[in-house]
Design a protein around this ligand. Structure first.
Ligand SMILES: *Cc1c(COP(=O)(O)O)cnc(C)c1O
Length: 390
């Protein structure tokens, strides 16, 4: 006997058709530049392996991740395409990644030596991409150290230990296309490319642009763009894309939804949730949403954020708890079990990740990446086998 499947208390639904649609659209937009789908941090909370497959199906030439473990997980899941990772600490193990044709980034001569040694052990030239710090002051060789890194890489290349496949950097303010850092970094990058090519390096790809730059600064596209947020259908430069682009038609892929645990009446003067931070100014009804900050809902979002219930947006009332939060149903009395949508594409009136971000003064990247905890994640919109879950 199988029990009937109960509808989820609360879940993250990820629309892989939206991912495919976004990747196809972005690829067309940036051509002839090649396209990398960035799937780090569990695909920005959307599921790394599933998003990676969908992105490949839609033609992503490259995948990008931060850590070596993320790259390893993609190879273990069967991905065989071009794949770049860019964040490691000294002493990490590169051997299996080099053997699996993963491109690894080198920020320093010491790191390059570690990668080359891995290539020696597995008997093949490691695919390495050199990163220049053009102004973010995060990872990458400083301009002062760049020619030394390039010279070391060229030496290893001549010795057959590495193959330098890429030269790259990352922007400070691509979400603000008029920020002077953009042009300054593009100039430093051009100079770094010239130094590397002068030294005899012949990379397959030169790349600088993330989502915002790929969309808003064609000069930054070079051979390849690295798009994360836009793959998930979110706006990487709120306020600027609307001004500078015709509607691209990106579709947000994530919906966080579930069913109310309870609906109750409260009288005027009743106080709600921890600390009694909200007092009802009239008789009203409340819906109990069974998710809280343990699911990654920012506690600071109340008051301010809204949840879609029974055809309307409903304001949060009182403090968000670890497991649950309350919304004001304003006298409406849907039954317990009524569906709610915490965030989604916005196409039916529900709040978006961008709106949740604005409610707490952050960016949509953080909202979708943190959402999780006990939420079940369900992928819809087909799979690599064409066996749709819908
Ligand atoms: C995360 C990341 C990206 C993707 O940035 P988006 O703004 O999400 O497109 C690109 N490059 C690097 C180095 C990153 O760390």
């Amino acid at each position: 006997m199988t029990e009937p499947t109960a509808p989820a208390r609360a879940e993250i639904v990820v629309d892989l058709d939206a991912v495919r649609h976004n990747v196809a659209l972005l690829r067309r937009h940036v051509a002839p530049a090649a396209f990398m789908a960035v799937v780090k941090a569990d695909g920005y909370g959307h599921g790394m392996v599933e998003v990676a497959r969908a992105a490949r199906e839609a033609g992503a030439d490259w995948l990008g991740v931060a850590t070596l473990d993320e790259a390893r997980a993609l190879r273990t899941a069967g991905d065989r395409g071009r794949l770049l990772c860019w964040l490691a600490v000294p002493g990490e193990r590169y051997d299996d990644l080099v053997a699996a044709d993963v491109d690894v980034s080198a920020y320093s001569v010491a790191q390059l030596e570690e990668v080359a040694a891995a290539g020696d052990r597995v008997g093949r030239a490691a695919r390495v991409q050199l990163k220049i710090d053009t102004g973010l002051a995060r990872g990458g060789a400083t301009p002062a150290d760049w020619s030394g890194l390039v010279a070391a890489a060229r030496g290893h290349e001549r010795a057959g230990r590495v193959r330098v496949t890429g030269l790259w950097s990352h922007l400070v303010a691509s979400d603000d296309p008029d920020h002077p850092a953009n042009a300054a970094q593009e100039a430093v990058f051009a100079e770094a490319l010239a130094v590397a090519e002068e030294a005899g390096l012949e990379p397959e790809v030169r790349h600088l642009a993330n989502s915002a730059a790929a969309l808003l600064r064609p000069a930054a596209r070079h051979d390849l763009v690295r798009c994360g947020l836009a793959v998930y259908g979110l706006d990487p430069a709120p306020g600027h894309t609307a001004r500078l682009l015709p509607d691209l038609g990106l579709v947000p892929a994530m919906t966080v939804q579930g069913r109310l645990a309870m609906v109750k009446e409260v009288a005027a003067g009743s106080s709600v949730s921890y600390g009694h931070a909200w007092v009802a100014d009239r008789d009203t009804t409340l819906g109990l949403v069974p998710v809280g900050y343990a699911e990654g809902v920012p506690r600071a979002a109340s008051p301010g954020a809204e949840v879609w219930v029974a055809g309307r947006r409903r304001p949060l009332r009182g403090r968000i708890c670890m497991d649950q939060l309350m919304v004001d149903l304003d006298g409406d009395r849907p039954a317990a079990g009524e569906p709610f949508v915490l965030l989604g594409p916005g196409s039916s009136g529900e709040p978006t990740a961008q709106e949740w971000a604005e409610a707490v003064g952050t960016i949509s990247y953080e909202v979708v990446t943190r959402v999780g905890g006990r939420l079940v994640r369900r992928h819809v919109g087909g799979s690599v086998d064409g066996a749709g879950a819908r």
